[in-house]
Design a protein around this ligand. Structure first.
Ligand SMILES: Cc1ncc(C[n+]2csc(CCOP(=O)(O)OP(=O)(O)O)c2C)c(N)n1
Ligand code: SF4
Ligand SMILES: [Mg+2]
Length: 320
């Protein structure tokens, strides 16, 4: 029987603040899973630590609530061990771009076929609003004693530079558009990244829902307009169509330039998509020809209660 949207929801109590952008992101993930009809027992949501880290509790698939900054390591390990899984990692901007920044860069080098979603609210929500790596220089959200003295990390630029092969940005209050991006990201054969702008009404009093909606902006025609606009509606082509250096350079540089646009105009949509790079599983298959038929998750690790791996020779060689 076909699954419905409600089948991807859990009954777990949700204690996010009223109006938090996290709700929209979780809804979009559930809608995307339902639309794709993914099998719940073949899907795992991994999450980090933070308000956003609770995501894995609310989606009715397998879920693993991991450690702060380590969500990508767990998620990549699961996908490599069991390539038939659909794997989505989710976590905060502090989780992924502060403590987890090293794993973020290392993941780009592998291009494991999975999706990573960052809930980008500019603050460490769970720990009461300290500045996260995406908060802009000079901004003073309400928990900060003085304006931020650091330049921000550019998540889109870092993802492209690190080697992610699908890089996009969504907005938590445009749930349908975000759902479509998640579907594209999950279907992409390689490591996909989604930076999702997410108002935190409790601690980020600068990048609010009204601010994104541009309630303070008036254009030449004296009309209010949202800060957010969609790249595809402006004819932006993010796809690396052929394996040529010139094409690659052009697509890399246009995505980096676009990712720097901020302020009165904020682009969302796909910034970069490169299908010419093989996923990690292809490189593993070159080393281990039967990897896909017999991945680690399907191998017996013990027999009659004893480990299959005989390490006695190694232990003998270490004897002093
Ligand atoms: C190793 C470690 N260091 C620090 C913390 C404390 N801590 C918990 S959540 C968090 C930051 C959360 O911010 P973010 O990742 O942006 O998620 P949000 O709450 O904004 O969704 C920190 C520093 C921790 N749990 N573990
Ligand atoms: S503190 Fe911010 S991010 Fe966390 S649940 Fe509340 S509104 Fe959402
Ligand atoms: Mg955060």
């Amino acid at each position: 029987m076909a699954l419905k949207l409600g089948d991807y929801r859990t009954q777990v109590h949700n204690d996010w603040c009223a109006g938090c952008g996290d709700f929209g992101i979780v809804n979009a993930i559930q809608m995307a899973l339902a639309e794709m009809g993914v099998q719940r027992d073949k899907t795992v949501i991994f999450s980090g630590i933070g308000c956003s880290g609770k995501t894995s509790h609310f989606i009715n698939t397998y879920g693993v609530h991991t450690l702060h900054g380590r969500v990508l390591t767990f998620a990549q390990g699961a996908k490599i061990a069991n390539p038939e899984l659909t794997v989505i990692a989710a976590g905060g901007d502090g989780d992924g771009l502060g403590i987890g920044a090293g794993h973020f860069v290392a993941a780009g080098r592998r291009n494991v076929d999975m999706t990573y979603i960052i809930f980008d609210n500019g603050v460490y929500g769970l720990t009461k609003g300290q500045a996260s790596p995406t908060l802009k220089l000079g901004e003073q959200t309400k928990s900060l004693p003085s304006p931020n003295t650091n330049y921000n990390v550019n998540p889109i630029g870092l993802a492209v530079a690190s080697g992610f092969t699908f890089v996009a940005r969504g907005y938590s209050y445009d749930v349908r558009h975000l759902k479509d991006l998640i579907i594209q990201a999950v279907k992409h054969k390689g490591l996909s990244f989604l930076d999702v702008l997410q108002p935190c009404p409790t601690y980020n009093d600068i990048n609010t829902k009204d601010w994104y909606a541009g309630t303070d902006l008036v254009d030449e025609a004296q009309k209010r307009h949202s800060r957010i606009y969609k790249l595809d509606e402006k004819g932006f082509d993010p796809v690396v169509h052929y394996d040529s250096e010139a094409e690659l350079n052009e697509k890399l540089s246009q995505s980096l330039i676009k990712s720097l646009e901020w302020g009165n105009k904020i682009p969302i949509g796909v910034f970069y998509k490169n299908d010419t790079i093989s996923p990690y599983s292809t490189r593993l298959q070159d080393k281990i020809p039967n990897y896909l038929e017999n991945p680690p998750a399907k191998q017996n690790i013990s027999k009659n209660g004893y480990s299959n791996t005989d390490i006695s020779k190694i232990l003998d060689s270490l004897e002093v």
